[in-house]
Ligand binder design. Structure first.
Ligand SMILES: *[C@@H]1O[C@H](CO)[C@@H](O)[C@H](O)[C@H]1NC(C)=O
Ligand SMILES: *[C@@H]1O[C@H](CO)[C@@H](O)[C@H](O)[C@H]1NC(C)=O
Ligand SMILES: *[C@@H]1O[C@H](CO)[C@@H](O)[C@H](O)[C@H]1NC(C)=O
Ligand SMILES: *[C@@H]1O[C@H](CO)[C@@H](O)[C@H](O)[C@H]1NC(C)=O
Ligand SMILES: *[C@@H]1O[C@H](CO)[C@@H](O)[C@H](O)[C@H]1NC(C)=O
Ligand SMILES: *[C@@H]1O[C@H](CO)[C@@H](O)[C@H](O)[C@H]1NC(C)=O
Ligand SMILES: *[C@@H]1O[C@H](CO)[C@@H](O)[C@H](O)[C@H]1NC(C)=O
Ligand SMILES: *[C@@H]1O[C@H](CO)[C@@H](O)[C@H](O)[C@H]1NC(C)=O
Ligand SMILES: *[C@@H]1O[C@H](CO)[C@@H](O)[C@H](O)[C@H]1NC(C)=O
Ligand SMILES: *[C@@H]1O[C@H](CO)[C@@H](O)[C@H](O)[C@H]1NC(C)=O
Ligand SMILES: *[C@@H]1O[C@H](CO)[C@@H](O)[C@H](O)[C@H]1NC(C)=O
Ligand SMILES: *[C@@H]1O[C@H](CO)[C@@H](O)[C@H](O)[C@H]1NC(C)=O
Length: 706
């Protein structure tokens, strides 16, 4: 669902945290250029079986299957069953779990601009059909649209609103730009698209047009001399980013069943608090240029607006407008329905009944293709099931249960995973050790990982066991070059969200393009098998390395005597987020007593060191009773971070260390209860959340306490 473009990559380079103090010291002191190749770690015999079983050729076959059929949410039962059948052939006990969810599908739309002299501009609203890329021309291909958008019409002058964050609207109000009754034109990038629509609606606007801008493509643009897809690596000018406009940071999942599973006969709530009332339409950069150009010379020019992410790379001034007398007319017609969606679930029971590892990836896509999002992940999961099948056939059984999930309806708003977690919450919170997510497993050759802190060390150790794309470098070498040793912090944007918010530690693995790689055309018809096999991952070797990595990660989580957690690193990261909080307090010029939080972190840190020592002792003495005690502490401690009642006005988000920002949707906010109260200038609420957060950390500390 989520995609990190080149702007986002530049952000990663300076904003993310280091893995832990030990690695920081070990690797960062040398410059990247001087650093020798990191040697491969040895493999166990089980690990060798997994590695050997994985082939780029079979992955490419799974990818071909998944990228040649319609698979919007609730549209392809055959593909769900096919997935379960492949896993079943490899020895997994597989079945489908379905939910009856509220959905909408596109019926019709229109958009035009009328100039004061009466002439009319009519954008195409269609993506090009390419002879070389057969799925772009399938008769059942999916129109460009926004999932969960409102049906409606608007006819008004229009205003450019930048990336559509609350602070962009505040700036427009400061500049005296009229918003009420106008249509918003917003650039993709920054916050989750649904929040752009929410913010426009809250400012009294009548509709929203969201366009792709080539600023997201760095140097790889036609303007810079690169040929566009299918002839070259640049974005096709007609590419459109589809996507959901659900208010994701309030509640993901079926908007009619907040907090409970969507079954036939389930009670239904009014979904209007998380769905837009005004229509929205996504457009390409080619379609956007004349619309933006019509605002040139009106309102405040982009550079004077002086907002991050406001000015893009198109040949226009990014002026606010409105242009008096130049009006936009838009209509959007959606069909609303309740329909079944299908999660495929596969299980290998371990020898320990109450410890489980869940691995998930979604299967639905906005387009026929979806070769990167999500089918690189889907193809990798089939290959993983095959690798574990090879192990099973040797008589091996894991210690912990392993559950594979192919989620439906992720793109609409994480529907399949949220409903599943809501249905099976008691079992999941009693047994799940970690949730491992893959979504865009390969859209380019650079690995990127987001994870809760206890998983950082294992994630890095496994990278040292992987030969990256049949070269002479380890995955760790490549990852260090790309990320400088940083792990992302989990906010939202994929199916780990419901797990994290129930206090289940998670990791999300992906691989994407760097500044000189072909542009990944996210949520567009050009995210196709042809693009993948021509530009994205021509030999499917990124897929192969990622499948090997995922398999070894899951194997080590599921089968080591001691659960491979670095709990002291959780303390290190809590400390770092605390420093960030202090600077937030400072920058908002509020006073807040955080001493209870400070001492809770200290207490957690002491318990973390002690439990790690106990784990080492249990392993050295092969004391199985003690191992069980330690493993259960590891399995359970993060449930302590979950608060009854959740965050203000968004009860779904109840983890007091991590949540997607209320106005970012994707990017994480740490200590969200405290940080967002400060940002809203509400000191008493901030103080209340200092107390709740400190209590939560003490609860977690008491669970690991020896
Ligand atoms: C990597 O981190 C080091 C230490 O913080 C810093 O000096 C260096 O500039 C970083 N390199 C990149 C490529 O971000
Ligand atoms: C489901 O997906 C498969 C594989 O891509 C495809 O062959 C089939 O036509 C799709 N079914 C429907 C109903 O579109
Ligand atoms: C709900 O009932 C309808 C009508 O009987 C059926 O088609 C659908 O599959 C059911 N949905 C689920 C999730 O069982
Ligand atoms: C009307 O105005 C638009 C925008 O200024 C311009 O592009 C177009 O050429 C004009 N048409 C005529 C017929 O003058
Ligand atoms: C992009 O191009 C500019 C000018 O052509 C160059 O200075 C810059 O280094 C390039 N950036 C990358 C990441 O290649
Ligand atoms: C940018 O647009 C202006 C007119 O608005 C035009 O004169 C100029 O040629 C354009 N530049 C490029 C590089 O297309
Ligand atoms: C699948 O279930 C059967 C019994 O229903 C069981 O004998 C078998 O061990 C299970 N397979 C796995 C991989 O858990
Ligand atoms: C697998 O484990 C689950 C949960 O403990 C249990 O309900 C089920 O019966 C087990 N299945 C087999 C085949 O052992
Ligand atoms: C790895 O391969 C590259 C060329 O592909 C070569 O320049 C480099 O020396 C090799 N490094 C090692 C450690 O073998
Ligand atoms: C698999 O990788 C090899 C190189 O190791 C390559 O020759 C082959 O074409 C790849 N297969 C596919 C289907 O891409
Ligand atoms: C708070 O800001 C002031 C200056 O604005 C600075 O001197 C001080 O070090 C900051 N304190 C913290 C904890 O960041
Ligand atoms: C602070 O938040 C509390 C709880 O949501 C609310 O009752 C109160 O009105 C808020 N105060 C201000 C000044 O916004």
């Amino acid at each position: 669902m989520w995609h990190c473009g080149s702007q986002c990559l530049a952000f990663i380079a300076f904003s993310l945290t280091f893995a832990n103090a030990r690695l920081h010291a070990q690797f960062v002191q040398q410059s990247l250029i001087d650093r020798p190749n990191i040697p491969l770690s040895a493999l166990t015999s089980e690990e060798s079986i997994l590695i050997e079983a994985i082939s780029n050729t079979s992955i490419s076959e799974w990818s071909y299957y998944y990228t040649h059929g319609l698979h919007l949410a609730g549209k392809n039962l055959t593909m769900a069953q096919w997935t379960a059948d492949r896993w079943g052939e490899n020895g997994w006990n597989s079945s489908l779990v379905s939910y009856q969810v509220y959905l909408n599908y596109p019926v019709d739309k229109s958009l035009s601009v009328t100039y004061p002299n009466g002439s009319i501009y009519q954008p195409s609203l269609e993506e090009a059909v390419l002879e070389q890329d057969e799925t772009t021309g399938y008769p059942n291909r999916i129109p460009t649209f926004h999932g969960y958008s409102a049906s409606g019409a608007a006819n008004a002058e229009f205003v450019y609103v930048g990336q559509g964050q609350q602070s962009d609207f505040a700036r427009l109000i400061e500049l005296g730009v009229p918003l009420e009754g106008k249509i918003a034109v917003s650039k993709y990038g920054g916050p989750f698209r649904g929040l752009k629509v929410k913010n426009a609606q809250e400012n009294g606007m009548m509709g929203v047009i969201i366009f792709t801008d080539t600023i997201d493509d760095g140097n790889i643009t036609e303007a810079n001399g690169y040929a566009a897809y299918p002839d070259g690596p640049a974005r096709n000018p007609s590419a459109v980013q589809r996507g959901s406009v659900l208010f994701l940071s309030t509640y993901p999942g079926d908007p009619t069943t907040p907090g409970w599973a969507s079954k036939n006969g389930s009670l239904r709530a009014d979904p209007s608090t998380v769905l837009p009332r005004i229509p929205s339409i996504p457009i390409s950069y080619a379609d956007a240029i004349p619309i933006l150009a019509a605002l040139d010379g009106y309102g405040t020019p982009g550079p004077e607006v002086d907002r991050t992410g406001w000015v893009g790379a198109l040949n226009v001034s990014y002026s606010t407008g409105p242009a008096p007398g130049t009006t936009m007319s838009m209509t959007n017609l959606m069909e609303t329905t309740y329909a079944p969606i299908w999660n495929s679930i596969g299980i290998i029971n371990g020898t320990i009944a109450d410890e489980t590892i869940v691995i998930g990836n979604h299967r639905d896509a906005w387009i026929i293709g979806g070769a990167a999002d999500p089918n690189s992940g889907s193809a990798i999961m089939v290959e993983l099931s095959k690798a574990f099948g090879s192990l099973l056939s040797t008589g091996w059984r894991p210690k912990r249960n392993i559950v594979l999930a192919s989620w439906d309806g992720e793109e609409m708003g994480l529907l399949g995973s949220v409903e599943f977690v809501e249905e099976y919450a008691p079992w999941l919170t009693q047994t799940v050790v970690s949730y491992v997510n893959i979504d865009v497993g390969a859209s380019g050759p650079w690995p990127f990982i987001e994870a809760t802190p206890e998983l950082h060390t294992l994630a890095m150790d496994i990278m040292q066991k992987i030969v990256w794309m049949d070269t002479n470098r380890t995955m760790k070498d490549v990852w260090l070059e790309y990320t400088n040793g940083s792990f992302g912090v989990l906010g939202s944007g994929s199916d780990y969200t419901a797990f994290v918010q129930r206090g289940i530690g998670s990791i999300d693995i992906s691989a994407g393009g760097g500044p000189t790689d072909p542009v990944y055309q996210y949520h567009s018809n050009f995210d196709s098998y042809h693009w993948m096999s021509t530009f994205g991952d021509p030999d499917f070797l990124t897929h192969k390395s990622m499948a090997q990595y995922l398999s070894l990660l899951v194997y080590n989580l599921a089968d080591q005597d001691a659960i491979q957690f670095d709990v002291p690193n959780y303390a290190t990261q809590l400390e770092k987020y605390y420093e960030d909080l202090l600077s937030t307090i400072n920058s908002t010029s509020q006073t807040l007593d955080t001493s209870s939080l400070r001492s809770a972190i200290d207490e957690f840190s002491i318990s973390a060191t002690e439990v790690q020592a106990l784990e080492e002792h249990a392993v050295e003495t092969s004391d199985h009773e003690l191992l069980t005690i330690v493993n259960h502490k590891y399995r359970d401690f993060q449930r302590g971070f979950v608060s009854q009642g959740g965050l203000p006005n968004r009860e779904f988000y109840r983890h007091l260390i991590f949540a997607p920002g209320i106005d970012t949707g994707y990017a994480a906010t740490t200590y969200p209860g405290i940080t967002e109260a400060l940002q809203a200038g509400n000191s008493s609420l901030a103080a209340e959340f200092v107390r709740k957060t400190a209590d939560a950390i003490l609860t977690a500390a008491s669970i690991i306490k020896v």
